[in-house]
Design a protein around this ligand. Structure first.
Ligand SMILES: [Mg+2]
Length: 415
């Protein structure tokens, strides 16, 4: 049976939320970014004026933006606000379907195949746009299609505040003329390989010989070929009913690709620090630790392992993540992004019941230490307590995840 899938994408998400708080900035170019004084501070989000009148792009370096557009207003991000909007949106989507899968903070897929009672998929898409505009004060674009990949593509085709339908009958006309780089999971490196094969559009990819592509580019190649032809059967994940947090994690895209183990280790320790702080803040501990690794080709994979007790200690989380990385990464390519997730969560009071032979008291002492660190950081700022190892490479670990104003980092809370 054919499916009906929506992909909802908030327009200029961070910038839109910031502009809601600052109505006086309605007609000014606004950028949300990292630290302007740091050379690697980049644009995380921009409003329509910054985009249209000044051509400011996400990922651009802030000092260059300032040079070109001296009157730009640069605001620091407030992740906790964005998280709040994200959760409100999930609640709204839940009124239409229980199949809601978040993709970052500002995007989500909804499977509305069984939601006919609310109208056609296009009607649901328009209603969602309307409601989000009225109830949240910001706009979204929605793609409607029979699979996730095309739904995502659709939400990108008309912005802001628009619905685009890509159907089984019109996808060849609508999608195939687009540059192949717009397809989900086609990174810059893959795009370059495609270019050498004469594949410039999604249509070129769809019509390319599947077997040959498999030989040249492996599984990734045949997967993308299938996407281009509309053969994407991946389901929209089922949201859990009570809306409790199922995992806590952070990931970070490095300012430059990593080529050595020492740097990876540093970054993993910094991420673990932030994840552990968030676990403690929510009073949670988890026993499954996963590490996600993205190479410079945008190829991402995840490895996980089960710890014999739930933990919220950054040292423990970091060590497990680090050993997962070491046993699973072969260094065929430099590393572009890293993430750590902790799942199988329990309330942290349950931790102690699982103890044997005094292990607990050792861990509790560590726990007390980390709680103390949290409270010092809350009162005096994150920099008051830093792991000595992290201070050796501040450009890699200089984000402040626990406080949510970090630059390249995305909090992941999966429901
Ligand atoms: Mg968006």
């Amino acid at each position: 049976m054919s499916r009906n899938i929506l992909h909802v994408d908030f327009n200029n998400f961070y910038a839109s939320v910031e502009c809601l708080q600052h109505p006086e900035l309605a007609n000014v170019p606004v950028v949300v970014g990292g630290d302007e004084t740091a050379r690697h501070g980049i644009v995380l989000s921009k409003n329509e004026i910054a985009k249209r009148q000044y051509g400011i792009k996400t990922g651009e370096v802030l000092w260059k933006v300032r040079e070109r557009c001296p009157n730009v207003v640069i605001l620091r991000p407030h992740m906790e606000r964005y998280l709040e909007f994200s959760q409100l949106a999930r609640t709204l989507y839940g009124e239409y379907t229980d199949r809601v899968e978040s993709f970052g903070l500002d995007e989500a897929w909804l499977d509305v195949t069984g939601s006919g009672i609310f109208g056609t998929p296009r009607h649901i898409a328009d209603e969602l746009r309307d409601r989000i505009r009225r109830e949240f004060g910001i706009t979204v674009s929605v793609g409607v299609s029979f699979n996730k990949v095309f739904a995502k593509l659709g939400s990108d085709m008309k912005k802001p505040d628009a619905t685009t339908v890509i159907s089984e009958t019109n996808f060849r006309d609508r999608v195939w003329r687009l540059p192949v780089g717009e397809l989900l999971y086609v990174g810059r490196a893959t795009q370059m390989k495609f270019a050498r094969l004469g594949i410039d559009t999604i249509g070129d990819l769809a019509r390319f010989d599947r077997k040959l592509l498999g030989t040249l580019l492996g599984k990734h190649g045949t997967m993308l070929w299938a996407f281009a032809n509309g053969f994407d059967a991946s389901p929209v994940a089922l949201a859990n009913e009570n809306g409790t947090v199922k995992s806590v994690g952070n990931s970070t895209t490095m300012p430059h690709d990593l080529r050595c183990e020492a740097d990876v280790r540093l970054v993993l320790y910094a991420i673990a620090d932030s994840v552990a702080a968030r676990l403690r803040r929510h009073g949670l501990a988890g026993s499954t630790i996963s590490v996600s690794i993205r190479d410079c080709d945008m190829f991402t994979f995840e490895r996980q392992c089960k710890n014999n007790h739930p933990t919220q200690l950054s040292g423990e989380i970091a060590e497990i993540a680090w050993s997962l990385f070491r046993t699973n990464y072969t260094w065929m390519k430099p590393v572009r992004a890293l993430g750590i997730q902790v799942s199988d969560l329990t309330e942290d009071t349950a931790c102690e019941q699982l103890d044997i032979f005094g292990e607990v008291s050792r861990r509790m002492k560590k726990g007390e230490l980390e709680h103390t660190i949290d409270s010092i950081r809350n009162r005096y700022g994150h920099d008051m307590v830093l792991r000595a190892s992290l201070m050796t490479a501040p450009e890699l670990t200089g984000f402040r995840p626990a406080q949510g104003n970090f630059m390249h980092t995305t909090p992941i809370i999966r429901n």
